[in-house]
Design a binder for this molecule. Sequence first.
Ligand code: NAP
Length: 246
Amino acid sequence: MLKGKIALVTGASRGIGREIALELAAEGATVIVNYNGSKGKAEEVVETIKGSGGVAESFGCSVADFAKTEEMIQYIIKTYGALDILVNNAGITKDGLLMKMSEADYDDVIDTNLKGTFNCVKHVSRQMLKQKSGRIINMSSVVGIAGNAGQVNYSASKAGIIGITKSAAKELGSRGITVNAIAPGYIDTDMTQGLSDTVKEKVLEQIPLRKMGTTQDIAQMVVFLASDKGSYITGQIISIDGGMNI
Ligand code: NAP
């Protein structure tokens, strides 16, 4: 479905981003696997893609860094001549109750999740406007819609991503660029592995489908939105959460 397309997936060394990179490559896209600290894991993703006959390369840079993200995106455009699909997936949590949350923990989460999304959307927009086509898919969260105790920083970042998504969809739509967000519920990755069994049980009680989601559940929607099948969908926040937010 994506033969000849050039895709950048941020935070693709692990978890949801890794699965998105694999699925996009399986559909024929050339994938740039962005990472921050996990160089070895990112290279393993690239090797897995190449091993299945796909095309990929890794690029290390923090999405929180405005200048470095510009460098990464310019490199992709110079090397491949286009950038068709941007998946803003990189994200971190630094949880804590509001009263105890440090300024640094607030800033780190906002800088990576929210400013990181802005940085990448901004830097790809010129190229996509020139191309008169493009797909941008941002990773929000159920918590960006409903809020969550202990996650003021994270939920603010994920709610902000919804704002970026809707505004950018309005700005860029007339040039054939779609901008959507996915709001995952609880997905089985490193990010949720640290939760205690008691917390996990409580979370499962709130999910009508009574199970955590998988990285594939998210990656398949990304492929759909990036393909021709998703061409008339823009500015939408698509919940993939087992019904958690009904
Ligand atoms: P994860 O397993 O913790 O992986 C996070 C990824 O983000 C890693 O590849 C990491 O790369 C990358 N990353 C972190 N900081 C970065 C930075 N400054 N620059 C570039 N990359 C950076 O997380 P996940 O569960 O797959 O989550 C992926 C996305 O889905 C996040 O935006 C998260 O908020 C969102 N989400 C997840 C869930 C869930 O239940 N898991 C639910 C809702 C939303 P390095 O390892 O190289 O640092």
